[in-house]
Design a protein around this ligand. Sequence first.
Ligand code: SAJ
Length: 427
Amino acid sequence: MRFNKICVLGLGYIGLPTASTFATHGLKVIGVDTNPNIVQTLRNGQLHLHEPGLRTLVQAALRSGNLEISQEAQPADAFIIAVPTPFKDNKDADLDYVKAAAEAITPHLERGNLVILESTSPPRTTTDIVAPILEKQGLKAGIDFHLAYSPERVLPGQILRELIENARVIGGVNHDSAEAGHDLYSVFVRGDIILTDSTTAEMVKLMENTYRDINIAAANEFSRLAEHFGIDIWEAVQIANRHPRVNILNPGPGVGGHCISVDPWFLVGAAPDLTPLIHTARNVNDSQPVFVLNRVKNILGEDLKNKKIGVLGLSYKPDVDDMRESPAIEVLRLLESCGAQVSAFEPYKNKFAPQDINFSETPAIAAADTELLILLVAHSDFRELDPRDLQSVMANTAILDTVNLLDSAAWHNAGFTIYKLGVGKSL
Ligand code: SAJ
């Protein structure tokens, strides 16, 4: 099947790179977002989000004349839904954006079109939620038009490269739909394209992220046991991973971001009775900031009122600027709720950072007069931290490293007391 014009609904972290990449590969693309501010920002050649290389790509797509930004869907050969699927307060998947996008496509849908859902969704969303909306005007999915689910699997920070190079899964509601999806994505995908059915593809995406979540939950629980038994979890994980069939991930202050900490809930919400392990892993990872707080109390004493504490790193993971769903912020909030005075340094702070956080311009300013400095994110920049810059300004030269970034011996020799998350023996 050949595609000349496509319509991408949702211009966020996935939709915008996808729309722009199709446009720079020669397709006419209508990029649709319902938010008028986003439409205006993009039309001006500016971005509403940060991803390395994306500004250049979007500007190239706009310049080529192939990318048009619109607030409304238009007729096209193919439609891609790339809208957010957050969860509700009760942790069930919120499919309102997916439903609204499908509703927006329905009036334009014609015989022979292809519709692809990319948003992470609970199993059977494509067949049970999206298909019935698209079929409202009488066309049948799999017969009159093609319908498939194809999850994005890109890593924030490397989206542009991974979009092209990663293996792509395409699950059709029938084989022809999967084949049509193959024809569309092969415009730019260089990785393998694997065809399956739509529910399998939905499950695959959720299984990938749930597997990581459970693995990290095990690592976090091991870190608690390591402190209990007086060993070093980082050394233990390293040794265990020498086993050829073991690959334990790293413990840390918790699991953040919009994927790993969200997606497992879609399975728990869809089948609570079948998912005790997945549910427990989520609870373990969500409680890790409290574990960090308790460690701080072990070091500084139960009463943190008016204690000055510095934190380094607030994004949800290393070397990204995204602070939403960040366990580091959760730790900061817990410290503040105990009355501590917290100053923070985040090298990738952007305009979306919470306004009420006491941000410092440098690590040394954040560390000034503090009794404890907590390293919460393993940003590459922090490897360059110089003990001499911090030593003279801190009230007490103590650091709690929750991500195993610092060379304990070097910092110890420089006069610091180094505590590490998951290390129960003295350093
Ligand atoms: N984390 C740990 N320990 C680890 C690894 C990660 O505590 O050993 C934490 C991170 O600090 C972060 C969270 O887990 O808070 C999630 O980080 P991540 O790097 O595992 O994942 P995301 O959310 O940035 O992106 C993932 C990607 N999965 C990976 O395998 C790296 C990506 O492939 C998916 O496409 C994306 O989720 C998604 O959209 O589902």
